[in-house]
Design a protein around this ligand. Structure first.
Ligand code: GAR
Length: 217
């Protein structure tokens, strides 16, 4: 009986873990940084799946190596953007996530996804938002002559990189730094703040008022 109680307790503990899914388009190093933290027991959540929008996304290999199920919703297979976004929403729904993490997902999510999962989608972006949104943010920062840049974890809303900010990390832009060098420097910080932000979310430590996110201890 004691054994049975124990196994029920562990089942309950397992069930109560937040279900996290990841959306990616490329290399998947942020996804891997999170997966490592989960497997090391530093993040108590269930990584229930990775969704990619192209079959050649390297993130799939990362998912395989961490034994996380991966799914391809191949943009090229759909007659229209709308059809792709419908299929993506269905795939997301089928995984029943508590949190969606976009980590190098190079598409704007549809309004339907944002509406249905409001304040349950977070994104990692390689600049200090609201500076340099969109693509090639590291190049934008260098060309602008910024002295610092960094990365931001923010909730996704209907705009492009405009949602409430959870965490940011600053890096210095050295004289003559190339886009690749800056990207590498920023990526190191991304790998720290993304798992940290997920941890705050799953521990219910975020209090959102308007566009302000307070971290409660
Ligand atoms: C990361 O630098 C991420 O911040 C960026 O793409 C890279 C993905 O790397 N995302 C954006 O630019 C979104 N606008 P990863 O696939 O190795 O995680």
């Amino acid at each position: 009986m004691v054994g049975k109680e124990k196994s029920l307790a562990s089942l309950f503990a397992k069930k109560s873990k937040k279900r996290v899914i990841f959306l990616a388009s490329g290399r998947g190093s942020n996804f891997e940084a999170v997966a490592k933290n989960i497997r090391k027991g530093k993040l108590a959540c269930d990584p229930v799946g990775l969704i990619v929008d192209k079959p050649e996304a390297k993130a799939i290999l990362v998912a395989k190596s961490w034994k996380i199920p991966s799914f391809v919703v191949d943009f090229k297979n759909f007659a229209s953007k709308e059809d792709f976004h419908k299929a993506l929403l269905e795939k997301i729904r089928s995984l029943n996530p508590d949190l969606i993490v976009t980590a190098g997902f190079m598409r704007i999510l549809s309004k339907d996804v944002v509406r249905e999962f409001r304040m349950k989608i977070i994104n990692i972006h390689p600049s200090l938002l609201p500076a340099f949104p969109g693509i090639h943010s590291q190049k934008q920062a260098i060309e602008y002559g910024a002295k610092v840049s960094g990365c931001t974890v923010h909730f996704i809303d209907e705009g492009v990189d405009t949602g409430p900010i959870l965490l940011q990390s600053v890096v210095k832009i050295e004289e003559g730094m190339t886009e690749e060098e800056l990207s590498r420097k920023i990526l190191k910080e991304e790998h720290k703040i993304l798992p940290e932000a997920i941890q705050l979310f799953i521990q219910n430590k975020l209090q959102i008022t308007g566009r302000k996110v307070r971290i409660i201890s």
